[in-house]
Design a protein. Structure first.
Length: 362
C-alpha cells in the first residue's frame, strides 16, 4: 500500500481543508464518469477514495499518523497496538511505529496475532470489505483487551462513504462489519473448568466477528452526519446490553453537481446565440428525472433556472431543496474581423451601470 498522503499529493502537515481540496480535485479528474470507465483511471479513483476515507476523517487520520497502514485494517485496536509497542520497547526490542518503518512492523507475525487475532497472522487480508469504503472498526468506549468484565459492550465506529447522489436520494446499504469481540460460544471465558478450551475460540475468549448489516440511509444525509444504530456494537458481559454502531457519513464530491445548503447546483455553458434567442435544455435532475427546461430569450451570464424540490430530499427536520442551473455564457475561442463587428453590434444597446466612480478608458 502506498503512502496515503502521496496518493492525495499533500504534505503530512496539510490541513483538513487542503486534504479535502486535493481529494476533490483528483476525484473529479479520475471519476469514472469523466474517464469513460478507463480501468487504470478507475483503479486510481479507488485509491484516491480509499486514501480520503482515512485522511478525510480526523480520528482515522490520527490513527494512521501514529500506526501507519496497520491502522487501516479491519479489527485494528489502537489500545492493543500501544500496549504491544510498549512491551517491546521495555524488552529492548527497538520497536518503531512511524510510517517509514512500517514494513518491518508488518512482518512481525506475533504482533499481528496480538493486534488482530490469529486470523490475521498470515498477512492481513482485507477481504470482505465493501466498495463503499467502509473503514476499519476503530473501537471506543470501555474497551481494552478484556472487553470489560461487566456493563455495556463497546461502540463500533465506522465511516460510511456515500456517493453524492446516494446521499441526496437516500439508499438502503449493506455494511460489512469485522471486529474482534467476546467469543459468543463461551461468552469470553475461554472454556469451562475441567472441560478444556472452548472449541470455537481455542480458549482465547475472543473471535473476529464478520457480519453484514442492512442500514437505511435517509434521503438528504449531510457530510459528517453521525448515525447511531442501537445494539449493533460489541457484545457485553452477561446481563449487559451490546454497544452501538456509530456511522459517520462521508459524501463524495460529484463531477458536476455541488451543494449549497439544501440546494444542488450545476453550471451549464451556453453560447451567446442561444442565450439571446432562447433555447430548451434537456437534463436529468439529481433525483434521476429527465426534464426539459426553457431557457428564456435574453438570458444573461449567471441566469439561474430552478427546479423546485429536486435538490436534497426533505427529512424529518429539513425541507427539500431545489436543483439550480446557472448559465455561463461561453465566448468564441478566437476573434475574427467578422466577430469583432458582431460584438460591436451586440454592444450597441447595452447600457452599463458601473459601480462607484469606475469607467472604461478606451
Ligand atoms: Zn470461546
Amino acid at each position: 500500500m502506498r503512502d496515503l498522503y502521496q496518493i492525495l499529493g499533500v504534505d503530512r502537515t496539510a490541513t483538513s481543508d487542503e486534504v479535502k481540496k486535493a481529494y476533490r480535485r483528483l476525484a473529479m479528474k479520475f471519476h469514472p464518469d469523466r474517464t469513460d470507465n478507463d480501468p487504470k483511471k478507475s483503479e486510481k479513483f479507488k485509491d484516491i477514495s480509499a486514501a480520503f476515507d482515512v485522511l478525510g476523517d480526523p480520528e482515522k487520520r490520527k490513527m494512521y499518523d501514529e500506526f501507519g497502514e496497520l491502522a487501516t485494517r479491519p479489527g485494528f485496536d489502537p489500545e492493543q497496538a500501544r500496549q504491544y509497542a510498549h512491551a517491546r520497547e521495555a524488552s529492548g526490542g527497538g520497536f518503531h511505529w512511524n510510517g517509514d518503518q512500517g514494513s518491518s512492523v508488518h512482518s512481525t507475525d506475533d504482533f499481528l496475532k496480538f493486534i488482530f487475532g490469529d486470523m490475521f497472522g498470515g498477512g492481513g487480508s482485507q477481504a470482505g470489505f465493501d466498495d463503499l469504503g467502509a473503514g476499519g472498526g476503530f473501537g471506543s468506549g470501555g474497551g481494552g483487551f478484556g472487553f470489560g468484565a461487566t456493563g455495556r459492550g463497546r461502540d463500533l465506529l465506522q465511516t460510511l462513504t456515500l456517493d453524492f447522489l446516494q446521499a441526496i436520494r437516500g439508499d438502503q446499504i449493506e455494511i460489512h462489519l469485522r471486529y474482534q469481540d467476546r467469543c459468543p460460544t463461551c461468552g469470553g471465558r475461554g472454556g469451562r473448568r475441567g472441560a478444556g478450551n472452548c472449541p470455537a475460540c481455542g480458549g482465547q475468549g475472543t473471535q473476529i466477528i464478520d457480519r453484514t448489516l442492512k442500514v437505511r440511509i435517509p434521503p438528504g444525509a449531510d457530510d459528517g452526519r453521525k448515525m447511531r444504530i442501537r445494539h449493533q456494537g460489541t457484545a457485553a458481559a452477561a446481563g449487559g446490553s451490546p454497544g452501538d454502531l456509530v456511522l459517520t457519513i462521508r459524501v463524495q464530491p460529484h463531477p458536476f453537481f455541488t451543494r449549497k445548503d439544501r440546494d444542488v447546483l450545476v453550471t451549464v455553458p451556453i453560447t451567446i446565440e442561444k442565450a439571446l434567442n432562447g433555447t430548451k435544455l434537456k437534463l436529468e435532475t439529481p433525483l434521476g428525472k429527465t426534464i426539459r427546461l426553457t431557457v428564456p430569450a435574453g438570458s444573461q451570464q449567471g441566469t439561474q433556472l430552478r427546479v423546485p424540490g429536486h435538490g436534497m430530499q426533505g427529512n424529518a427536520s429539513q425541507p427539500a431543496g431545489d436543483f439550480i442551473i446557472t448559465l455561463k455564457i461561453q465566448l468564441p475561442p478566437r476573434i475574427t474581423p467578422a466577430l469583432a463587428e458582431a460584438a460591436r453590434l451586440l454592444s450597441e444597446d447595452v447600457t452599463l451601470e458601473l459601480p462607484g466612480q469606475m469607467q472604461y478608458v478606451d
